[in-house]
Design a binder for this molecule. Structure first.
Ligand code: TYD
Ligand code: MG
Length: 452
């Protein structure tokens, strides 16, 4: 009898090796290799059938009826998905535990009218789901629930029930009996997702898969998954704060630059249609150390408050800390400040915080970051009706930013009186905004303008 073949695979990134390795050469994690049984390859069906059954076609010969998208009751989700749910698509929703993935999808499932939904949970009991639904004050005559962790049982139930939308919460709890490794391992996740994909495509059922992310912030196991599914959306935010951002990372049926913003309240997640108004603290006085950045995430402009605290370093090593902003980028900006504004790096602790628990990736927020730091350093406030958009280069030049009209428009809409933008941004329509636009090309100019 031949020995069963096994392979070792990294539970963090999915890399495989014939031997056990302590440190994964692919992602650098330690002790993540687990032995997994390899499935026997199925015999390839006779090649003749393949030739007759599957022929190359011209685009003209391919019949494609544009399928109607299913509109959900939550506008922010429709937007992130590119206009609604495409029937037969596989949508993966990732996020840290406790961020609100189950809540979001439950709200979505209960809010869908005239659509048969099957919500399969392997994480919570039916009672827990009922309590949550009561908390959300929602009910539905169309949405059915099942507790299931076996892939085979779930697919049988689903074939009988024939839902239009299937929810799997979460893919990490599902397991197939064909593989001997434990639920949540890379092999299980990969196998279950492929099986669900096959089911979704053959029956035209849209499937939401909920997936946890690991401590590095990527979907656990699941670089593998990202290739299989049609759409990957990530639900992020700081669970200590109310705001949550739904971001599309991959979308075969729409753009990935859309963003949905939610607020977690006692009665579930509420859509935030005008985030800027919420993200700026309503203090109508000038305090040092804060600057408002006109950012764009994806295609959505909003204003966020950046707060900095600069104090004398008590010990040898000055501290640097950033919440919601890249620490390496902060260090780079501090070096620019040292060179251009006489900011003595070695003697100062710097703490940076993006208000509301948001993470911003927009390089145009650089300008607000350095202005808030300098404002805190010299303890002079920036006018609270001024905002910023500009990327800072290594030589202290202010580089052009994208979508500048949108940024200006958003600032003007919110009653700001002045916006500082890069002079490299040329635009014709700037005069139509009821806000004074100051163009700068170097950081020194900005400081002169603000702190004369
Ligand atoms: P949950 O959807 O269970 O997170 P996930 O599925 O991503 O692990 O969300 C749990 C958190 O949301 C929990 O800490 C409590 C909070 N919450 C509210 O604040 N209000 C609500 O109405 C609900 C249902 C949850
Ligand atoms: Mg959950």
């Amino acid at each position: 009898m031949s020995k069963a073949k096994t392979i070792f695979s990294c539970q963090s990134c999915g890399a495989q090796s014939p031997k056990w390795i302590g440190k994964c050469p692919s992602c650098g994690e330690w002790n993540t290799y687990v032995e997994e049984l390899v499935l026997k390859e199925k015999k390839v069906a006779s090649s003749k059938a393949g030739i007759e059954g599957n022929k190359p076609l011209l685009l003209d010969d391919i019949s494609a009826t544009k399928s109607e998208r299913i509109k959900t009751g939550i506008e922010e989700i429709n937007r992130v998905l590119g206009g609604g749910i495409v029937p037969g698509s596989l949508i993966l929703i990732g996020g840290e535990p406790g961020i609100g993935k189950s809540t979001l999808i439950l709200q979505l499932a209960l809010g869908l009218e005239n659509k048969k939904v099957l919500y399969a949970s392997g994480e919570e009991s039916l009672q827990q789901i009922k309590l949550r639904a009561q908390r959300l004050e929602q009910n539905s005559k169309q949405c059915h629930f099942i507790c299931e962790t076996s892939l085979e049982n779930l697919l049988i139930q689903s074939e009988v029930f024939e839902p239009e939308i299937l929810v799997v919460d979460s893919i990490q709890t599902l397991s197939t009996e064909h593989i001997e490794s434990s639920p949540g391992s890379v092999a299980q996740i990969r196998e279950c997702t492929s099986a669900i994909l096959k089911y979704a495509k053959s029956k035209g059922v849209a499937v939401f898969l909920i997936g946890h992310i690991n401590k590095e912030g990527s979907l656990a196991g699941p670089k593998v998954l990202e290739h299989i599914v049609d759409t990957v959306i990530q639900f992020e935010g700081d669970s200590n704060y109310m705001y949550r951002i739904l971001r599309s990372i991959k979308n075969r049926f729409g753009s990935t630059s859309e963003l949905g913003i939610f607020e977690m309240r006692g009665n579930g997640l509420n859509e935030v249609a005008n985030p800027s108004e919420q993200l700026i603290s309503k203090i109508n006085e000038d305090v040092s150390g804060t600057a408002i950045s006109a950012t764009v995430e994806g295609v959505r402009p909003f204003l966020v408050e950046i707060q900095a605290l600069v104090s004398s370093a008590a010990y040898g090593n000055p501290q640097r800390s950033a919440t919601g902003f890249d620490l390496r980028r902060l260090n780079m900006l501090l070096a620019v400040l040292e060179k251009r504004a006489g900011f003595k790096l070695q003697t100062k602790d710097v703490f940076l915080n993006v208000a509301g628990g948001l993470k911003i990736n927009d390089p145009a927020s650089d300008l607000a970051v350095i202005c808030s730091i300098l404002s805190s350093n010299i303890d002079v406030a920036i006018n609270h009706k001024t905002c910023f958009a500009g990327e800072v280069g290594l030589t202290g030049e202010i580089r052009a930013v994208n979508r500048v009209e949108q940024r200006i428009g958003e600032a003007a809409k919110l009653g700001f009186e002045k916006i500082i933008i890069p002079s490299l941004n040329k635009g014709q329509g700037f005069n139509e905004f009821s806000i004074s636009i100051v163009k700068v090309s170097r950081v020194e100019e900005v400081f002169k303008n603000l702190f004369r």
